[in-house]
Design a protein around this ligand. Structure first.
Ligand code: ADP
Ligand code: ASP
Ligand code: MG
Length: 405
């Protein structure tokens, strides 16, 4: 007998038929003698629908109230799921984030889990009930409802698994595992049997939304084995685990992309000490995370500075920069929302040179212009025009022959 946390994403609970088949799967696991905690997302498209509703009223909805709104998506699925289980003769209880004692900080829309008091969950499990918990949500110290950022139900599931010391956290989704790249845009993508926490962290942080990055951080920190698999099939998926000797150690192991960033350029910025700080400090103070930064040297004591921010924070960052540009005497502020970041990832890059050159050559061959580059020991990222994203992913996947192990 084991304690299993199963998380089902939006497409897996898209309608009542899908909820029925999830219920059947959960009952099967429970009947085999396991304790089962189920974490559910909102029905596919529901979170977007709710965000759009709020945006029909204003461009910048009050963040506290937006979280109250978004949390209803997951509330709907956990209740429907328990109604389904009860109708099938199974004893089940739904818990919202606050009822499950998932305590977060107060960063509405991107809250981080601080602690989970699992007593109530444990108590219900000891009564042999199936416990269904609303993903993506918690409450802060004052009792305000918070949400964990897009894709946050993955993090709810792994954090709950860690708090319960569960034997495994199963993430059920619409693909049957973690692939070398997004199988929905690259048909040659290859399914991985196992992937290390570190490699998965890198893939998630560079855009592979199959797991939210915070979920992987929790899994790594608390040694939670994660099994990513399909809710539409029976086959095993991909295990995300500690690095082991028998794991593939390719120079390049995957390609990721993200369309979630936007680019901002300040032109003819006076080039003297303290200016970069005057540009970027107010962005940080507004809670906006800057990813890539480049600065060109120009003649006459003037320079251009370009950086990227999450698309969701683009408008806010632009209005901050318009003020900054005036106060430091920069020429103008240019913005571009139609960009994408493609990244080549691999821990094996540490001991290999030439990956960057190969990456640039592959993109050049398809006439894809690179606007910004950033590198680390285990990844190379390029900012390109958004319309080239899918082509770039396929070309890079081919260039490093990722379809063959
Ligand atoms: P869920 O709603 O179940 O949480 P998501 O849409 O958040 O599902 O995540 C699953 C999606 O992640 C897949 O449909 C796929 O398009 C995308 N994806 C991106 N990169 C990868 C990858 N390397 N391996 C598998 N899926 C990936
Ligand atoms: N429903 C939330 C979202 O769409 C959380 C999740 O699905 O993980 O982002
Ligand atoms: Mg997801």
């Amino acid at each position: 007998m084991a304690l299993i946390v199963q998380k089902y994403g939006g497409t897996s609970v898209a309608d009542t038929d899908r909820i029925r088949s999830v219920a059947q799967r959960v009952i099967k696991t429970h009947s085999a003698g396991n304790d089962v905690v189920v974490v559910l997302s909102a029905m596919a498209g529901e979170t977007n629908r709710l965000i759009q509703l709020a945006h029909q009223i204003t461009d910048e909805p009050n963040t506290r109230e937006l979280d109250v709104l978004l949390a209803t998506g997951e509330q709907t699925t956990v209740s429907l799921f328990c109604i389904m289980l009860e109708s099938m003769g199974c004893s089940a209880v739904s818990l919202l984030g606050h009822q499950a004692n998932i305590i977060t900080d107060t960063a509405f829309g991107r809250a981080r889990i601080a602690e989970i008091n699992a007593d109530r969950i444990q108590d219900l499990l000891s009564q042999k009930k199936i416990v269904a918990i609303a993903g993506f949500q918690g409450r802060d110290q004052q009792g305000n409802i918070t949400t964990l950022g897009r894709g946050g139900s993955d993090t709810s599931a792994v954090a709950i698994a860690a708090a319960l010391k569960a034997d495994i956290c199963e993430i059920y989704t619409d693909v049957d595992g973690v692939y070398t790249t997004d199988p929905n845009i690259c048909e040659k993508a290859r399914k991985l049997e196992k992937v290390s926490y570190d490699e998965m962290l890198e893939m998630a942080s560079l855009g592979a939304k199959v797991l939210q990055i915070r979920a992987v951080e929790f899994a790594k920190k608390f040694h939670v084995p994660v099994h990513v698999r399909s809710s539409f099939k029976e086959e095993e998926g991909t295990m995300v685990v500690e690095e082991t000797e028998d794991m593939e150690r390719l120079v390049v192991s995957g390609v990721a992309y993200s369309k979630d960033e936007a680019r901002i350029t300040l032109t003819k910025v006076p080039d003297h000490p303290g200016v970069a700080s005057r540009i970027l400090t107010p962005v940080g103070e507004a809670g906006i995370i800057v990813d890539m930064i480049i600065q060109n040297t120009r003649k006459g004591g003037l320079t251009d500075l370009t950086f990227t921010v999450p698309k969701a924070d683009y408008q806010k960052a632009m209005s901050i920069q318009k003020e900054v540009a005036q106060s430091i005497g920069a020429e103008q502020v240019l913005g571009d929302e139609h960009i994408a970041k493609v990244s080549v990832i691999g821990v094996g890059m540490r001991s290999h040179s030439g990956v960057a050159a190969q990456t640039f050559a592959a993109l050049a061959k398809e006439n894809i212009n690179i606007m910004m580059i950033s590198t680390s020991e285990i990844k190379i990222s390029c900012i390109i025009e958004e319309k080239h994203t899918e082509l770039a992913v396929r070309v890079l996947h081919d260039a490093f022959a990722l379809d063959s192990p």
